[in-house]
Design a binder for this molecule. Structure first.
Ligand SMILES: NC(=O)c1ccc[n+]([C@@H]2O[C@H](COP(=O)([O-])OP(=O)(O)OC[C@H]3O[C@@H](n4cnc5c(N)ncnc54)[C@H](OP(=O)(O)O)[C@@H]3O)[C@@H](O)[C@H]2O)c1
Length: 417
């Protein structure tokens, strides 16, 4: 039996789940892997705050982060405290001290992941972050391991449970946006400040991480140019649904014609599409690849136990690699030949158009702008393919809402160099 000493930063929602799962799974891990995972120290912000889980006897609680990240006894650090600057500093110190690190921190991994991965590599440590995307769905390891010999063409995801819960409620029960948000907060699905969730930034961070693993390429927040769900109404969601579309906050990245296209925005998905059935706080990731074709991974995108399970699986892999002396080898997908990145909104595609303006004005604009609109039975219009310039011209008016229709993009033809 090998003992691995573990330190943890943070003991909130995810940290409590980690402690509970670690206690419950300890005997199984010892039996199946011959590893005794010993949680020696946990760092928190408020030493005397009430806790959702009981620490194992002998585990020390501290408010001093260096008690964890600089302790020579600790071999592996779990970072589940959130924050960017503090967490980056703590993880940097841990890696410089030769510790492997497991984190659930998507904000940090999306924005500073490559620096930390390089640092882990230089120090021959592991840096794993499965829980940072789609909480309980083991999607990152699936991308790096199960698609290792395949070529991924497209990744499409519903990656934010709060936004998906709100859109599902508006579509299925006609709740207004503020009521759906309040219900999500009351049920504990939305944070008190949901700005990043509903504004698309949280989904953007997750897409940045997925893109690195699926295509070996970093895309930036500016290239993704996130659009959120805050201006959508229940009437629009329901009108779309009655005409066969489900509006979802989608993360999209697609390799096409020697370019990488990406976007985070509300998109109208055909209601028969598998992702349109991902409801409420669930997450889903659809992958299109050369060998496997279409596949869908669905499950809980957050929550204490499901997220902690992803953290613990990373811990187990890191602990095994620590024992075997194989750390710091296969951490991330990297390409030496990055593709030019273009936002999907730049390509001609069809849209659902919603507006309070009278129909005759909209039809006149369409004629003047050289496109067509077709009224939907329950409100709104379907447009012909619009160029980015036509969209821009329309959106001069605040009362125009355009939702791209998935699968209608006119892809450029690849030019051979
Ligand atoms: N919640 C989820 O379902 C979920 C899913 C996937 C990923 N994540 C990610 O997991 C991380 C943790 O999320 P969470 O929901 O567990 O957060 P949380 O409930 O707010 O817990 C944060 C913990 O970190 C501690 N902490 C915060 N700042 C600290 C500092 N400067 N020094 C020491 N301790 C500090 C807090 O201490 P006190 O308790 O003493 O205040 C608390 O125990 C985040 O990066 C989040 O994005 C969460």
């Amino acid at each position: 039996m090998t003992t691995i000493k573990i330190g943890m930063l943070g003991f909130g929602t995810v940290g409590s789940g980690v402690v509970e799962r670690l206690t419950q799974a300890a005997a199984k891990i010892e039996q199946t892997h011959g590893l005794h995972l010993e949680l020696t120290t946990v760092a928190v912000h408020h030493l005397h705050a009430p806790r959702q889980a009981k620490l194992p006897a002998g585990t020390r609680l501290t408010t001093v982060l260096t008690d964890v990240v600089s302790d020579p006894q600790i071999q592996l650090v779990i970072e589940v405290m959130g924050t960017v600057t503090t967490a980056k500093q703590a993880i940097t110190t841990a890696l410089e001290h030769g510790k492997s690190v497991i984190t659930a921190n998507k904000d940090l991994i999306a924005t500073a992941g490559q620096d930390l991965i390089d640092l882990a590599h230089r120090n021959r440590c592991d840096l794993f972050y499965e829980a940072s995307v789609a909480g309980g769905i083991p999607i990152l390891r699936t991308l790096t391991d199960s698609y290792a010999t395949d070529t991924i063409q497209a990744v499409t995801g519903i990656l934010n449970g709060t936004a998906n819960y709100i859109l599902s409620a508006m579509t299925q029960t006609g709740q207004t946006y503020p009521r759906a948000l309040a219900a999500a907060q009351a049920a504990g699905y939305a944070e008190s400040d949901p700005t990043n969730d509903v504004g698309g930034l949280d989904t953007t961070y997750k897409l940045m991480i997925l893109t690195r693993l699926a295509f070996g390429q970093q895309v930036t927040q500016a290239q993704i140019a996130p659009r959120g769900i805050t201006t959508l109404t229940a009437d629009q969601c329901q009108a779309a649904a009655k005409s066969g579309w489900t509006i979802k906050l989608l993360a999209q990245a697609q390799r096409q014609a020697h370019h990488l296209y990406c976007r985070v925005a509300p998109v109208a998905l055909d209601s028969t599409h598998a992702l349109s059935r991902i409801d409420g706080v669930q997450n889903g990731v659809a992958i299109q690849s050369q060998a496997i074709g279409e596949s869908l991974y669905a499950g809980p995108g957050a929550g204490s136990t499901a997220t902690a399970n992803s953290v613990l699986n990373d811990v187990l892999v890191a602990a095994q690699r620590f024992r075997e002396g194989t750390r710091g080898t296969a951490i991330t997908g990297v390409t030496t030949d990055p593709l030019p990145v273009i936002n999907l909104a730049a390509l001609p595609q069809e849209y659902l158009l919603f507006s309070d303006l009278p129909g005759d004005i909209l039809f006149r604009w369409a004629t003047d702008g050289q496109f067509t609109i077709q009224p939907l039975p329950d409100g709104g219009y379907r447009t012909s393919r619009l160029t980015a310039e036509q969209c821009q011209a329309l959106q001069v008016s605040d009362s125009i809402q355009l939702v791209p229709i998935a699968g209608t993009v006119a892809w450029p033809v690849a030019v051979k160099s």
